[in-house]
Ligand binder design. Structure first.
Ligand code: NDP
Ligand code: 8X3
Length: 260
């Protein structure tokens, strides 16, 4: 195993869900964290909590990954002792709606494409050259089962996650002559704020997505991310698909009503 103690880990979308759970998982390994998201107060509160509980050194960056100049500047302006990023977790992402494609809202499409594809590209473009120059680093993209199979109403969201899969594979080709590892962790149903965001704050509708099922938690996914990051340097976990036990595919979920 690689010792992650004092390694510098950059996590996008750390204000909630999987990204937040990744922050805790790496903090428990005594890593130093750069945590980024748009909601400043959330990441600052997380930084304080990690520092209090795990004595973690944390740098917070309020960042919208859709803003390319801001991404470039944030990475360029990192203080000298934070520049050497060892692990990049490209996690920031979202879905909007479940409309049929021919009835879809253009602003939803733009938001998903700009965040899930272009945001991931901007962050990767800013961070990976440093890894190549230093001759070390691990890139972990958060894809999805939706990047392997489509489902009704998933159209554009699924397309963005198929794109994440293609970009992960492409990057792995481009880095094959370097020590940099490129991984994708592709979960099924994880109960986070994901569905609340998808349904624009409709908590009731969001709850039905995970009803009568034991969904994954952010911590389950963070565990997989940590596994990828902590393999010995010659081991590259290309892809991990991680599903709740009662989910067989993007469209087949067995829901058992609670017994009385
Ligand atoms: P959450 O909604 O709980 O978290 C999403 C995170 O992404 C938040 O921290 C949010 O922060 C951040 N984010 C969204 N847009 C931007 C942006 N433009 N710039 C910076 N940060 C942004 O959902 P999850 O934790 O579930 O989602 C994390 C990743 O996991 C996503 O890529 C998602 O597609 C993927 N995924 C989720 C699954 C699930 O079932 N939940 C399953 C498979 C994959 P803020 O709003 O503060 O900017
Ligand atoms: C999130 C999982 O199945 O809701 O990527 O698309 S799913």
């Amino acid at each position: 195993m690689i010792d992650l103690s004092q390694k510098t880990v950059f996590i996008t979308g750390a204000s909630s869900g999987i990204g937040l759970a990744c922050a805790y998982a790496f903090a428990r390994q005594d890593a130093r964290l750069i945590i980024a998201a748009r909601r400043k107060e959330r990441i600052e509160a997380l930084a304080q909590e990690l520092n209090r509980v795990h004595d973690t050194e944390v740098l917070t960056i309020q960042l919208d990954v859709r803003n390319q100049p801001a991404v470039e500047k944030a990475v360029k302006d990192l203080p000298p002792n934070w520049k050497d990023i060892d692990v990049l977790v490209n996690n920031a992402g979202l879905s909007r709606g479940l409309d049929k494609l021919y009835e879809g809202k253009l602003e939803d499409w733009e938001e998903m494409i700009d965040t899930n594809i272009k945001g991931l590209l901007y962050v990767s473009r800013a961070v990976i050259p440093g890894m190549v120059a230093r001759g070390r680093g691990t890139v972990i993209n958060i894809g999805s089962i939706a990047g392997h199979e489509v489902y009704p109403g998933g159209n554009v969201y699924c397309a963005t996650k198929f794109a994440v899969d293609a970009l992960t594979r492409g990057l792995r080709h481009d880095l094959v002559d370097t020590p940099i590892r490129v991984c994708t962790v592709d979960p099924g149903l994880v109960e986070t704020e994901f569905s609340v965001v998808r349904f624009r704050g409709n908590e009731q509708r969001a709850k039905t997505v995970y009803q009568n099922l034991s969904p994954l938690t952010g911590a389950d996914v963070a565990d997989a991310v940590l596994y990828c990051a902590s393999r010995p340097p010659h081991v590259q976990i290309a892809e991990m698909i991680i599903l709740p036990t009662n989910q067989a595919s993007a469209t087949l979920v067995h829901r058992a009503p609670p017994t009385k």
